[in-house]
Ligand binder design. Structure first.
Ligand SMILES: CC(C)(COP(=O)(O)OP(=O)(O)OC[C@H]1O[C@@H](n2cnc3c(N)ncnc32)[C@H](O)[C@@H]1OP(=O)(O)O)[C@@H](O)C(=O)NCCC(=O)NCCS
Length: 307
């Protein structure tokens, strides 16, 4: 089968509609529910649709070509970390053989090929075990899975460990500098390479500052750990727990977790806690399992290859 590849920005209105219909028929997208929302996502995430490619096949009966699949590139970390992320893959299992062609096509987009990345990370979101062989065919090797974990807010927590007792303080609006320092110290070189900037922190945390959902633990006058949560509809999501590298293995993460649970229990509007963890992050997985979290879902699978 011959395919034509086209950037989203260059599609006609009818083609956009056809691509939207394909994605919806695959039932794979919870990121948008209308065509307008999909266009909005292109504007914000994918360079106004110039970093998003779709494959188009001629119909045997003639008529307008039909969409077969699509893939997009996120370049935000190409300069800072050397990573290019490929996400938004939408493909039927029967079209899995198209994956290498889609990868080549998205890498060839002018807005992507000029970026200084060294490593390509391909994310299958949600996890698609049926596309594993195709990812290998395109030169990728398995990197890790992102797992969703959950536990009720009630019930027993691990005992407070002996030793260092940090003092936890709520991060107030206007004081994100300290948060950025502890977050970036904890995450540099780790599994989640996205580091915080002033602007990014405010955009991410905005109205949660000052509420107790974002706290830093101090010991000996220095920040040593932090946690970040969000609460929606009775559900808390523990987005981040971090400990500065020189203080790990002393029970600080466990104390941060206990403090986070105490904070949520005091609110009275939360029944369960979820989080997402990478299976290769053994310390984090051990921390969460030890606190009674159980895996509920494989959220995504990540593959990697060099440029
Ligand atoms: C994950 C992290 C928060 C753990 O912090 P920590 O203070 O070293 O953890 P603790 O000392 O409180 O240990 C708590 C539990 O975590 C697990 N754990 C911690 N370090 C571990 C390691 N090196 N290997 C395996 N399990 C480990 C254990 O289950 C431990 O319980 P135990 O002591 O009863 O065995 C820390 O390594 C970190 O900041 N990593 C980078 C940021 C990150 O990945 N955060 C999690 C994802 S958001």
């Amino acid at each position: 089968m011959e395919y034509r590849f086209a950037a989203f920005a260059d599609l006609t209105a009818q083609e956009r509609q056809a691509l939207f219909d394909l994605i919806k028929s695959l039932g794979l997208s919870d990121q948008f529910s209308t065509l307008d929302e999909m266009v909005g996502l292109m504007d914000t995430e994918y360079g106004k649709g110039r970093r998003h490619v779709s494959a188009w096949a001629a119909r045997p009966s003639g008529g307008a070509p039909e969409p077969a699949g699509c893939l997009a590139a996120i370049t935000a970390e190409a300069v800072t970390q050397g990573y290019l992320y490929l996400t938004g893959l939408r493909l039927r299992q029967s079209d899995a053989g198209l994956l290498p062609g889609l990868v080549d096509a998205v890498l060839a987009l002018p807005e992507v090929s000029g970026e200084p990345y060294r490593t390509i990370r391909l994310g299958l979101i949600p996890a698609r075990p049926d596309l594993e062989a195709a990812a290998k065919e395109a030169g990728f090797r398995y990197l890790y899975k992102a797992l969703e974990m959950r536990r009720p807010l009630g019930g027993r927590l691990p005992a407070l460990p002996d030793g260092l007792r940090p003092e936890f303080r709520t991060v107030e609006p206007g004081a994100v500098g300290e948060l950025i320092a502890v977050h970036n110290a904890a995450f540099t070189g780790g599994f989640n390479s996205a580091l915080l900037t002033d602007e990014g922190a405010l955009e991410w945390l905005g109205d949660r500052l000052g509420t107790g959902l974002v706290q830093i633990g101090y010991a000996g006058g220095r920040h040593v750990c932090h946690f970040i949560m969000r609460v929606e509809d009775g559900l808390a999501d523990l987005e981040t727990i971090g400990v500065v590298p020189e203080r790990r293995g002393q029970g600080l993460a466990r104390q941060a977790l206990i403090r986070a649970f105490e904070t949520l229990r005091a609110r009275g509007d939360v029944s369960s806690v979820t989080l997402t963890v990478i299976d290769a992050n053994r310390p984090a997985l051990g921390l969460y399992r030890g606190a009674g979290f159980e895996v509920t879902k494989e959220r995504s699978v990540w593959y990697e290859r060099e440029r």
